[in-house]
Design a protein around this ligand. Structure first.
Ligand SMILES: Cc1cc2nc3c(=O)[nH]c(=O)nc-3n(C[C@H](O)[C@H](O)[C@H](O)COP(=O)(O)OP(=O)(O)OC[C@H]3O[C@@H](n4cnc5c(N)ncnc54)[C@H](O)[C@@H]3O)c2cc1C
Length: 355
């Protein structure tokens, strides 16, 4: 089996591509991978939700920076809920470059050949597109920017500040364990103007941080609208290239890792039987696909109806249990149904309808 699969090609060695290369090269598969960037350092909030698979990799790569437990949910800069996980936080702040670099280097020592240039549609017996937001056109993607700031901050504390009318959010995450660095940023539908985005993030930082010094700035596209696709035209898709981002939060790291493990397990099990690989990949990635589709639907709904319903009012009335499940990335369709049957919530929606 290993001999036949000489031509496994991976386009992109970011979170998903390097996870896939790592998992499959550990099983002896022969892989060629393409990525134009020698040292991965794409803009990110550097948050990864802990699951069995993600924790396994972030521990092996020794990339944990801090584990925040205290979360503040804001809507339009007003605090609406506090959640304290009291030591059982599902959120990990990591050094993502170190994380990806570990996976790349381990894959290379397992025999993966990395070619540092753009993938030019080279095909293997199995070809995987792991180019993240750089797969396909920039249409439907939003610009997200992050700043690393030197300031004073509780490394246990995270702020998520939703802006439903702008279709986006600001965040403040700790970026070290000493209370000196934060990672803050934001992204909004239709705000592709880099200057305007930078200005709004700096204004946001001024409102929420005492004094700060800019250490680093970076931006990247994020795909919040594309439909999920796992296989098309003889190419498998993983991570953001597959459309796997939780649109409401912008979470893409866990989906990238989980989808790559799912595809890796499917390839290990069915090797060249493309149809079986396809079906098994779909089966194994069901949870992350459903999470992503649900988040995308909620995001599209709130953005679409923002002119007819006062979404700020609606978000203000979301009960605490919902935020808890949201932060634990445990939201399911039943939770939406439960929310929909909550009398206070229904009243807030009715009150918020603009006639
Ligand atoms: C500012 C910002 C903050 C974010 N914060 C978070 C967060 O805190 N938590 C979270 O979970 N998610 C976050 N995300 C989303 C997350 O970063 C992505 O969803 C995740 O990196 C997707 O992984 P991926 O492997 O699919 O793509 P990527 O990690 O983007 O990797 C794609 C790779 O493809 C390579 N590539 C590009 N073009 C080509 C080509 N033509 N040929 C070959 N290779 C190519 C790139 O160099 C890159 O290495 C954030 C995104 C942004 C922009």
């Amino acid at each position: 089996m290993v001999e036949i699969l000489k031509d496994l090609i991976i386009a992109g060695l970011g979170v998903s591509g390097s996870t896939l290369a790592y998992a499959l090269s550990n099983k002896g598969f022969k892989i060629t991978a393409y990525d134009p960037i020698k040292k991965y350092n794409k803009a990110c909030g550097e948050q990864i939700t802990g699951t069995k698979n993600t924790l396994n990799l972030i521990k092996k790569s020794d990339s944990i920076v801090t584990i925040p437990n205290y979360f503040s949910i804001y809507v339009n800069n007003k605090e609406k809920a506090n959640i304290n996980f009291g030591g059982s936080s599902p959120w990990y702040i990591v050094n993502k470059s170190k994380f990806v670099q570990y996976l790349r280097e381990s894959s290379i020592s397992n025999g993966v050949e990395v070619i540092y240039r753009n993938w030019k549609n080279e095909r293997g017996i199995i070809t995987v597109d792991a180019r993240g937001p750089f797969s396909g056109s920039l249409k439907n993607k939003i610009l997200v920017k992050r700043y690393i700031l030197k300031t004073e901050w509780d490394p246990n504390h995270v702020i998520l500040d939703f802006r439903p009318n702008e279709g986006g959010l600001y965040w403040i995450f700790p970026a070290d364990n000493d209370g000196r660095l934060v990672n803050t940023g934001g992204g909004f539908v239709n705000l592709w103007n880099d200057e305007a985005l930078s200005k709004s993030i700096i204004e946001y930082a001024k409102l929420n941080l005492k004094n700060f010094e800019i250490i680093d700035v970076k931006a990247a596209p994020l795909d919040v609208f594309s439909q999920y696709k796992h296989y098309s035209d003889n190419i498998f898709y993983v991570g953001e290239a597959a459309g796997l981002v939780l649109a409401i939060s912008g979470e893409g790291n866990r989906p990238a890792i989980e989808s790559s493990y799912a595809l890796s397990d499917a390839i290990v099990k069915y090797a060249l039987e493309i149809n079986d690989v396809k079906n098994y990949y779909l089966k194994l990635s069901k949870k992350i696909v459903n999470d992503s589709i649900l988040s995308r639907k909620l995001f599209t709904f709130t953005y679409k109806y923002r002119k007819s319903i006062d979404m700020v009012n609606v978000l203000n009335n979301i009960p605490k249990w919902f935020w808890y499940k949201y932060l634990s990335v445990n939201l399911e369709i039943n939770d939406i149904i439960k929310l929909g049957s909550d009398l206070n919530f229904i009243l807030s929606v009715i009150k918020g309808i603009k006639y």
